[in-house]
Design a protein around this ligand. Structure first.
Ligand code: SF4
Length: 163
């Protein structure tokens, strides 16, 4: 992870906003929410009870694409889409490692989610870290030092990058 991250930082891929995809796991949505955000993030009513609201607003702020997916297969399908040049993905370590590898040769950054209720339910993510990843692609801003470390723990939001 450290080596691949360092390589990516040296290459520093840039991307137009409309061609950057923010990929979110469906477990980020509040489990009791009735909205079908997997059909489109416009379904989110932005009540603020889960992190989806902030993610949708980040995508709007920067003008990038945003999708909520139920599994790695669909995530990879979207990531490989012709309208996508780069990906910022939120997921657990295992899903990120498989997904980012599958997205190659497209560059991608992963932000590890937080799982206070166990895996795959009512997960969370640090919005600031997602925004940093978006800005890295769009504006060339450096990632924080923490993002250059390898993934080393449950719930520790870090980023891994490939190009
Ligand atoms: S922020 Fe959106 S997805 Fe989350 S609970 Fe509210 S309506 Fe549902």
């Amino acid at each position: 992870m450290k080596v691949l991250n360092a390589i990516t930082r040296l290459r520093h891929s840039r991307c137009r906003p409309e061609r950057l995809l923010l990929l979110l796991p469906s477990c980020l949505q509040r489990s009791q929410c009735p909205q079908k955000v997997i059909n489109g993030v416009s379904e989110c009513r932005r009540c603020g009870r889960c992190r989806i609201k902030e993610m949708v607003e980040l995508a709007e702020k920067y003008g990038c694409q945003c999708a909520v997916v139920t599994g790695g297969g669909l995530a990879i399908q979207l990531a490989k889409g012709e309208g996508v040049d780069a990906i910022v993905a939120v997921a657990c370590e295992k899903e990120l490692q498989a997904g980012l590898r599958a997205a190659l040769p497209k560059p991608s950054l992963g932000v590890i989610n937080v799982r206070p209720h166990g895996p795959c339910k009512d997960t969370d993510v640090d919005s600031a870290e997602v925004e940093q990843a978006i800005r890295w692609f769009l504006r060339g801003e450096e990632l924080p030092a923490a993002a250059t470390r390898g993934a080393d723990g449950e719930g520790k939001a870090q980023q891994v990058a490939r190009s």
